[in-house]
Design a binder for this molecule. Structure first.
Ligand SMILES: C[S@@+](CC[C@H](N)C(=O)[O-])C[C@H]1O[C@@H](n2cnc3c(N)ncnc32)[C@H](O)[C@@H]1O
Length: 249
């Protein structure tokens, strides 16, 4: 099994990242939807929604939200907070969303907090862009909130320890070729664990090329969760706002 099929399904992923919480998500989503001016009542897909922190808030703001994720555990948890305008489904982002998962085309798709760059094959990356393009209405918006590979290269902290709850995590990071690899070591209840995350350091140009190939144009790019200016050397994030171009007749 690939690393992303197991690690995100464990409780330990949620323990390690528990400071990336609902408050952070609400602040970012508020800024994002104000900027995008997406009309209330629009349909939005939260692609790789995890435990649904962005989905829940989007729904509170009045949007019809479908959150999808590969993690059965996360979706099982999220199913308990569904309502008529907030739904969750297990779904692999490499597969088509429309019309099986979302029976209608939508105004926006959000892929947030580095939920891309996991796949070894370019064809899988392409499948994500193709599926997003196919599920969007014309002029629909695709937000791809990815790491800034240059900032990762500039600021890599090779090793550190962090305590979350009762668990001491040892984190080792390295760049291998085109990937950032984060090894995660810890013990729990007397048992040693080792997981890792491996994310492809996609450049701005690579993502732009995928976007163009599937009919998108980039309308904005931000460098952090405050929607600050993107600066290649200094920005921690690379948040691309793509718009699906109307089809040429
Ligand atoms: C870094 S987490 C972000 C979760 C959520 N967007 C957030 O901000 O809390 C990445 C998510 O991608 C999901 N994921 C990984 N591979 C996936 C795939 N092939 N299709 C759909 N979701 C996937 C994981 O299960 C995990 O929930």
């Amino acid at each position: 099994m690939a690393w992303f099929e197991t690690w995100f399904d464990t409780p330990y992923y949620h323990i390690l990242y528990k400071n990336r919480d609902f408050t952070e998500a609400e602040k970012f989503i508020t800024l994002l939807v104000n900027y995008l001016e997406i009309p209330k009542d629009s349909k939005i897909i939260d692609l790789a929604c995890g435990k649904g922190r962005h989905s829940v808030f989007l729904n509170k703001l009045g949007y019809k939200v479908l959150g999808v994720d590969l993690s059965k555990e996360s979706i099982f948890h999220n199913k308990q907070i569904e309502n008529s305008n907030l739904k969750f489904e297990v779904h692999d982002m490499r597969k088509e969303l429309f019309p099986k998962i979302s029976t209608q085309k939508v105004e926006a798709v959000f892929n947030l907090f580095t939920s891309f760059g996991y796949f070894d094959l370019e064809k899988d990356d392409r499948s994500v862009f193709r599926s997003v393009s196919n599920v969007l209405k014309e002029e629909g918006i695709f937000v791809l909130d990815f790491l800034n590979q240059q900032w990762i290269r500039n600021t890599l902290e090779a090793e550190y320890e962090t305590k979350k709850g009762n668990i001491d995590f040892l984190i080792r990071k390295k760049i291998e070729g085109e990937h950032i690899i984060k090894d995660i070591f810890f013990s729990d209840k007397g048992k040693k664990h080792h997981y890792f995350e491996k994310v492809k350091l996609h450049t701005l140009e690579e993502m732009e090329n995928y976007a163009q190939e599937f009919g998108f144009e980039r309308v904005a790019i931000f460098g952090n969760y405050d929607l600050g200016k993107f600066e290649l050397q200094k920005s921690p994030r690379c948040i691309s706002i793509f718009r699906k171009k109307p089809e040429q007749l």
